[in-house]
Every structure is written in C-alpha cells, then in structure tokens.
Design a binder for this molecule. Structure first.
Ligand SMILES: Nc1ncnc2c1ncn2[C@@H]1O[C@H](COP(=O)(O)OP(=O)(O)OP(=O)(O)O)[C@@H](O)[C@H]1O
Ligand SMILES: [Mg+2]
Length: 392
C-alpha cells in the first residue's frame, strides 16, 4: 500500500515507478541469471525433504548476490508451502548486524517483532528460536548477507551453533539451512568445525556482468520504471558501456536513476546520453568519497603512495617493494613514522578488501614473491587528489 502512495508522490512525466529503481527492489525476472537460479535449486532441493543444506554465494560488488538470494528464497518458500511444508526464510544483513546477538535478534524479530533487544543471552535466544520453529513445525533458511562482517567481528560461533541446531533440540530435529553471501572468499574465515558442514562444491560464484548483460538489466529497469519512449536507446547503450568497466549492476541502475532525475529536473521529455554523462560524473565522485572516508590514516597513506607511483610511472602496475618505498616517503611528508612491513602489508590487504586495488602475482622476469598492484576502477589522478584532500 505504501508503495502505491510512494510511487504516486514521487512519479513524474519521465519516471513512472520510482520504486523499481530502488536497490531493495526485487524484479519478477532476473536478467541472465537462469543458470545460477537453477544451481541454487539443485543445491537446496533437499529442503523439500526436510534435510538442511549450506551454500555460499560469492562475487564482486553489484553482481546480484543479494537479489538472487531473495528471489530464490522467496520462491522455495512459496513452493514448499504448496506442499504443506513451512520454510521460514530470514534475510540478515551482517554489515548492519555484525554480532551474534544482533544477528540472532534479527532472526527472532522475524517471528516476534517485539522480542526484547536486551536481556537474553545468545544461548537463550537460540532456545527461543528452537521453540518458535517447533511451534510452527517449520524449518529455517537463514541468509547471512555480507557475512564477512559478522565473521570478522564475531568469528564463526553463530554459524557453528546454527549448523548444529538439530543436535541442540534433543527430541526433535529442526533443519536449519544457511546461505552465506560475501564478496570475498569466505570459507577460509570459518573455523574447522563450521567449515566441515560446508561443501566446497556448494559455492555459487557470480561473475561481473558483461556489457551486454548490463544492457539487458538496464533495459529491464527502463521498462519497469519509466514511461514509454522516455529513454533513448543510445542512453541505455552508454550506461552499459560505462558500467561494464565495473560489471556492477547497481552502478548501472544508479546512473539510470540519476539520469532520469536530471532529465526530469530540466523538464525535458527524454533521457539523453548527456544526462547519462552527468549522472556518471555525479555517481563516480560519491562512490569514491564515501568509500575513502572509511579508510584509516595509514591506509590512506598506502593508497596514496600507490596512486602517486602509478601516476608518476605512467604504468598499469606498481610492485609492492616500490609501493612500500613511496609509502615511507609519504609518511615522512606527513610527519608520521612509517609502520612495519607487516603492518604495511595489512594495509595493502585492507584496501584491496575495500575494493580500491587489485593484487596479482608478478609474471616472468620478476624475483621471488613480488606482487603487482593496480587501480582497476579509479584514475590514479582522482585517487591521489581526493586522498590529498582528506589528509589535509
Ligand atoms: N540479473 C539481474 N537482473 C535484474 N536486476 C539485477 C540483476 N542483478 C542485479 N540486479 C540489480 O542490481 C542491484 C545490485 O544487485 P545486488 O544488490 O544483488 O548486488 P550484490 O552482489 O549483492 O552487491 P554487494 O556485493 O554490493 O552487496 C540491485 O538493484 C539488483 O536488483
Ligand atoms: Mg548485496
């Protein structure tokens, strides 16, 4: 109901259904993800016979991990209901709920929105969860989205407890299935006891979207969200081109949305490539700035050194040795003591995890364990300027 009101309030002569451009919106059809949905169906088939399964989805930013999980889990829940079986599906964002008790509270809120947010230990909450499931004669399918945040902060206790759930409730077996989602390879972060319940083959790996796939995704959103003939085909082409450097569907949809808004503000009837270019410039700076602000000082020094080196040498890669030398110079420049080699290496790993750099092993002609660093997404010039500003 509220979505009807929202659409009416926010719609315009160009955008007919703003909700369809929202990041949480799940379209009826996922473009170019049939094989992947089929894979999930194969993996989770045992749930229909009350046997739990654990699966991992991994892939870079904006490759549809969250939306495919939502789509699939809603479907299997509906299908099993038709067979008289209840699957309770709960989607937890571990970036927002990064401790065991916060994640568990999120699961319990699915059953009882007024469950008190303090006063219960993790063990007690697990018992309450067991009772809720028994009462409903239901099994649980819990998605731990961005699970690396939970694992990093709280380890794999919760995952261990959930995978062993059947053992806990002595009399009756309650199947609890877990779907872990992460950009990074997450299995190495699990302790060996939890790891043993995840099969290596139960991993769905999503690739970056190709240009043509992005074209399809944007085209779908144009049809869903815009009035007829308000978006030039060449605009869709351009968005697909731009976003293909990242392979990121969210970025593509964000550009479409911003281009639509800016066409609207100018009271033109059509979204043109010029609107797309303006939207790109806008999106670009926001993405990098918000991400940069999350970095700590020495991580910024490290990133800055890499960018400076790449700009100066006009190359695609800098090796870690050279980067560390420049890092030492940078620290000096800002009157700070350079940290140890191990710390430096941690910074490199962290800014890689945040998506700023790529690291690969050097090819022939290089000695030992040298690694090569590149800036895949952002021009070195932009990075060094922005970091300079932040360090001021
Ligand atoms: N195959 C697809 N068809 C239609 N829309 C898609 C498809 N893949 C992704 N999208 C849309 O692109 C946006 C990003 O997708 P999603 O949030 O699932 O990415 P993600 O892989 O979870 O990214 P992150 O790692 O940042 O969490 C969402 O708005 C989603 O609806
Ligand atoms: Mg996601």
């Amino acid at each position: 109901m509220s979505s009807i009101i929202e659409d009416e309030l926010l719609s315009s002569t160009i955008i007919k259904k703003p909700l369809a451009l929202d990041f949480d919106y799940v379209p009826d059809e996922l473009v170019h993800r049939d094989e992947q949905l089929k894979f999930l169906a194969q993996m989770f088939k045992p749930l229909l016979s009350n046997v739990s399964q654990n699966v991992v989805i991994k892939g870079p930013v904006g490759t549809g991990k969250t939306v495919i999980a939502k789509k699939f889990c809603n479907s299997i829940t509906n299908i099993s209901r038709k067979q008289g079986k209840i699957i309770e599906y709960v989607h937890i964002n571990c970036r927002k709920r990064s401790t065991d008790s916060m994640a568990l509270l999120g699961i319990l809120n699915h059953f009882d929105s007024r469950f008190p947010d303090r006063g219960f230990s993790v063990q007690e909450m697990i018992q309450v969860l067991g009772k809720q499931l028994l009462k409903r004669n239901a099994q649980l399918l819990v998605v731990l989205d961005e699970a690396d945040a939970l694992l990093k902060k709280s380890g794999s206790n919760l995952i261990y407890n959930l995978t062993r759930f059947s053992d806990e409730s002595s009399m009756q077996k309650i199947p609890v299935s877990i779907l872990l989602i992460s950009q990074k390879d997450i299995l190495p972060m699990l302790d060996s006891a939890s790891l043993s319940t995840f099969k290596r083959s139960n991993v769905l790996s999503l690739d970056k979207y190709t240009r043509d796939e992005l074209y399809g995704i944007v085209k779908q959103r144009v049809n869903l969200a815009f009035h007829r003939r308000t978006v030039d085909d060449s605009s869709i082409d351009l968005i697909a081109d731009i976003a293909s450097d990242w392979g990121d569907a969210r970025f593509a949809i964000e550009i479409l949305w911003k281009a639509g808004i800016s066409a609207d503000h100018q009271h033109t009837q059509v979204v043109t490539p010029e609107h797309v270019r303006a939207a790109k410039a806008d999106t670009y700076s926001v993405v990098t700035e918000t991400k940069l602000k999350n970095l700590e000082r020495h991580q910024l020094f490290t990133l800055y050194s890499i960018a400076k080196r790449l700009k100066k040498d006009q190359t695609a890669y800098v090796n870690t040795g050279d980067a560390e030398k420049t890092y030492a110079v940078t620290c000096e420049q800002y009157n700070e003591k350079p940290r140890t080699h191990t710390m430096f290496w941690n910074y490199i790993k962290e800014i890689e995890a945040a998506g700023f750099i790529n690291i690969k092993l050097s090819g022939k002609g290089h000695l030992g364990t040298t690694q090569l660093i590149s800036l895949p997404d952002i021009p070195a010039e932009i990075v060094s300027n922005k970091v300079e500003e932040l360090l001021k």
